[in-house]
Ligand binder design. Structure first.
Ligand code: BG6
Length: 483
């Protein structure tokens, strides 16, 4: 029989606390970095940069008005989780990925005991997921450092963050190990360099000192993640611990050897280095060379090498939305802005309004490369398409473009499985509309479920099934046999 998706394949979806929960000041939660990142205007979609946040922006953000900061209300998942989880289950999801917020569990970071109200809330969410027949996949930190991480510690470049995170991770593992099997310490850990403010609480800077700080933050997150993985492996061997990068595949601009070489180097230092450290337990040679050549000096403790080597992950996770192009020199070539990496335009691909170039076959190529490199099961933790959408008078949304995107990407996942890759699951990003991470817009909608809410948080907040809802449901029911 031809290989393909099995009944064990974890079809599902993924959301994050800071984009969905809202309730930013409920039950003792503290203010977080995403709470003060302003929504951009539609005309800025192709020009803004997620990395550039200044002290002035932060001061403004703390004062409000809150209407500029949609992540504070999200889609009110904090209160609607029961109804929303039910809708996911009805679609046939086998896994539901969500994140727990440090700002709820240890609002001031230094408390000895976790916040009981927060844990009670997450108990309920997890119970609800399990009750509805889905496997919970927990992200421990998804782009939501409490503001104190920046204000008190100066970001993740401060080693004290490792202790804070480790204390938090142990609370979660001890409490939920019997209900949650799949764990991810950090969402898209390469945000330390790509979007340092939201990833590691470091505000924009320039020059070597700034770059050094960001790599130090990445290093501290590697250590925190490795300690967490080791703790779980030692105490709860049934758990499966993962890693994750935002993988933006890049192609060489031409077959000119200089373009190919530049593209390979770019791929190493923006994607692979993170997975290499977390999967192989040590810095690869090319990263050491890069650090040397660029004057990056990491502050490493004597035990760090051992921690990394003892905390290797069980599976390789990544998000995949798009691909870009890299050339030896970008002079005279069209640049794609709006996505995390920039990169060059690919004339063979269509792009979304946000400049994300759609490339389903690139996902098959990537699965094969990663499986070959690591020989560990893969988990496609995010994939999806954000579009501006309106609800029709008859309460429908005809999102054929989303059906096409989903079908084409999953067809390539199926082919990757047929190629021989071991893939644990696929969690569509934003199965229910939520606030965009990069732009804080509500109108960048990813969902199979439409949420009736506008940019200012106004609307009935009612949930409506789009056409893609039934498509994905059928696809899961039939294990993608029509793909
Ligand atoms: C990933 C993040 O980078 O991309 C998600 O893990 C995010 O949090 C997703 O929402 C899509 O990005 P955006 O900016 O369109 O929300």
């Amino acid at each position: 029989m031809e290989k393909g998706f099995t009944n064990e394949f974890l079809f599902g979806g993924a959301i994050s606390a800071c984009q969905a929960e809202g309730a930013y000041d409920a039950d003792g939660r503290s203010l977080t970095i995403p709470d003060i990142v302003k929504r951009i205007r539609p005309e800025e979609r192709l020009t803004f940069s997620q990395a550039i946040i200044t002290e002035k922006d932060i001061e403004e953000g703390k004062k409000g008005p809150i209407s500029n900061y949609p992540k504070r209300w999200g889609i009110d998942f904090y209160h609607t989780y029961k109804e929303d989880i039910k809708l996911m289950a009805e679609m046939g999801f086998r896994v539901f990925r969500f994140s727990i917020a440090l700002s709820r569990v240890f609002p001031n970071l230094t408390e000895k005991e976790p916040n009981v109200a927060a844990l009670k809330y997450y108990d309920d969410v997890i119970n609800e997921i399990v009750k509805n027949g889905m496997e919970p996949l927990v992200t421990m930190s998804h782009f939501d450092p409490p503001i104190e991480v920046y204000e008190k510690y100066g970001g993740w470049c401060n080693r004290e963050m490792i202790n804070i995170f480790y204390k938090y991770a142990k609370v979660l593992l001890d409490r939920y190990q019997n209900k949650v099997k799949y764990w991810l310490p950090f969402n898209e850990i390469n945000a330390a360099i790509l979007a340092p403010f939201k990833g590691v609480g470091i505000i924009h800077g320039t020059g070597i000192e700034y770059e050094n700080k960001c790599w130090q933050a990445a290093h501290n997150q590697f250590i925190a993640a490795a300690k967490t993985v080791k703790y779980a492996h030692d105490k709860y061997p049934h758990l499966l611990m993962g890693s994750m990068v935002a993988y933006v595949t890049s192609y060489a601009y031409s077959c000119k050897p200089e373009d190919v070489f530049a593209n390979d180097r770019m791929d190493e230092m923006t994607n692979l280095v993170y997975l290499d450290v977390m999967a192989k337990g040590k810095y690869p040679y090319y990263a050491k060379t890069y650090f040397e050549q660029h004057g990056i000096q990491l502050d490493m403790e004597i035990e760090d090498d051992e921690i990394l080597s003892e905390g290797c992950v069980d599976w390789i996770g990544f998000s995949y939305y798009q691909s870009i192009v890299t050339a030896y020199t970008s002079e005279g070539k069209s640049v794609m802005n709006g996505n995390l990496k920039g990169g060059l335009k690919n004339d063979f691909l269509e792009a979304t309004e946000w400049g994300w170039q759609i490339d389903p076959l690139g996902l098959r190529t990537l699965c094969n490369r990663l499986y070959d490199r690591y020989n560990k099961p893969l988990f496609i933790l995010e994939n999806g398409i954000g579009r501006v959408e309106i609800l029709n008078d008859d309460s429908t949304v005809h999102d054929d473009y989303r059906i096409t995107y989903l079908r084409d990407h999953l067809a390539n996942v199926k082919r990757a499985i047929q190629d021989g890759c071991e893939i644990l699951g696929y969690t569509w990003w934003g199965p229910i509309d939520l606030i965009s991470s990069g732009t804080s817009e509500m109108s960048k909608r990813y969902g199979f479920i439409y949420v009736d809410q506008d940019e200012d948080g106004q609307g009935s907040k009612k949930r409506y099934k789009k056409d893609s809802y039934n498509y994905y449901k059928h696809l899961i029911e039939t294990n993608g046999e029509e793909l």
